[in-house]
Design a protein around this ligand. Structure first.
Ligand SMILES: [Zn+2]
Length: 348
């Protein structure tokens, strides 16, 4: 392996199947830190890029890469693979931490200043993409809860829809800016983020593998096929966030002295339509004052999305919710779920 970018990201050119270890866990131990894999394709005049493991607890992308490299098939163009949060993935018990506790979430670090370690990794990744100019980038993730796959883009055009349809039939177009890689890589390369489904789900690993196989083997990945017209588009989801001091539990009945209790089965609502008559969970004395619900213009939309009746939480209008988490840490540090109107448009 060669050093690159001041040692922040190591490079490994043409890794041989025999050098990768016998399992994906061993492969990540061999990588040992943030790594850029360079794989030669049949046509070396062209280049595509994949990023995996921006979040250490989202293994579908790296599992797919490991499986593909072990098979030894030659891609149709040169491929760059970023394997980013290796330290977090290696922390025991493995593929468990989204990021190291003392560090920021890497996929919130792609905007300057780049003055801490995840910031420097993000800066190095963007510099490589800027210099190498791949024709497309797919960034592979898992959701923390179970649910179907979807893609996220900040640009809804033919190229991004074509990239999406290599993996999934559902596309979220967002104006939200969080410091994620796609917001900045987009300046140099059409980028989609792929959420393959739950980190524990074999189906999600299969979606990543099948999609990456199409991404590396199809002659043209940026032209819409006729089948792409079936894409389901969700516009400008709103984030349902929790105030900092809120307590939340995921249990079957209301927990005493807790601001919000939701049943673990709440994640079954992922991408389904929730109607205003359907009880979602229980609220404590603070009622709705636990939530922060603002659109990208900063307008308060709390009462457009949620309502309370006798200590029970309901939605205020029919909505489609997704990326529902049942992990209290993620609910508090990121958000509880995203929502659009039942027709897929933004909540107004
Ligand atoms: Zn992620």
């Amino acid at each position: 392996m060669n050093d690159n970018m001041g040692g922040i990201i190591r490079q490994w050119t043409a890794p041989a199947a025999s050098e990768l270890g016998e399992s994906v866990e061993e492969f990540v131990r061999i990588l040992a830190g943030p790594t850029l894999l360079r794989i030669k394709g049949k046509d070396s005049s062209r280049l595509r890029a994949i990023s995996t493991l921006l979040h250490g607890n989202e293994p579908s992308g790296i599992k797919a890469i490991f499986r593909w490299l072990k098979e030894g098939s030659v891609p149709c163009v040169d491929i760059l693979v970023f394997v980013a949060s290796v330290d977090a993935a290696l922390a025991m018990p493995g593929f468990f931490l989204r990021h190291l506790a003392h560090q920021r979430d890497l996929n919130r670090c792609f905007n300057p200043p780049f003055d801490d370690e995840p910031g420097k990794i993000a800066e190095a990744m963007l510099a490589i993409l800027h210099d190498e100019k791949p024709e497309a980038l797919v960034d592979i993730h898992n959701t923390s809860g179970s649910g179907p796959s979807f893609a996220v883009t900040i640009t809804n055009d033919k190229e991004h829809r074509a990239l999406t349809s290599l993996f999934t039939q559902r596309l979220i177009h967002t104006d939200l800016r969080l410091g994620a890689i796609m917001e900045f890589s987009e300046n140099d390369v059409p980028t989609v983020t792929i959420e393959c489904g739950g980190a524990q789900d074999d189906e999600a690993h299969e979606i990543a593998y099948e999609g990456i196989n199409r991404f590396i083997s199809e002659e043209n990945v940026l032209t819409e096929q006729e089948t792409d017209w079936g894409l389901e588009l969700l516009e400008n989801p709103i984030r349902i966030e929790l105030k900092e001091d809120v307590t939340i539990a995921f249990e079957e009945k209301a927990k005493v002295n807790t601001d919000i209790t939701l049943p673990p089965s709440i994640e079954n609502h992922n991408f389904g339509i929730i109607s205003p008559g359907q009880p979602l969970g229980w609220l404590g004395e603070r009622g709705l004052d636990c939530f922060v619900v603002k659109n990208t213009l900063g307008e308060n939309k709390l009462t457009k999305v949620l309502r309370e009746e006798a200590g029970v939480l309901y939605v205020a209008q029919p909505i489609r919710a997704f990326m529902i988490t049942t992990n209290a840490d993620i609910a508090k540090s990121d958000c509880l779920f995203y929502a659009v109107a039942d027709h897929g448009g933004a909540i107004s």
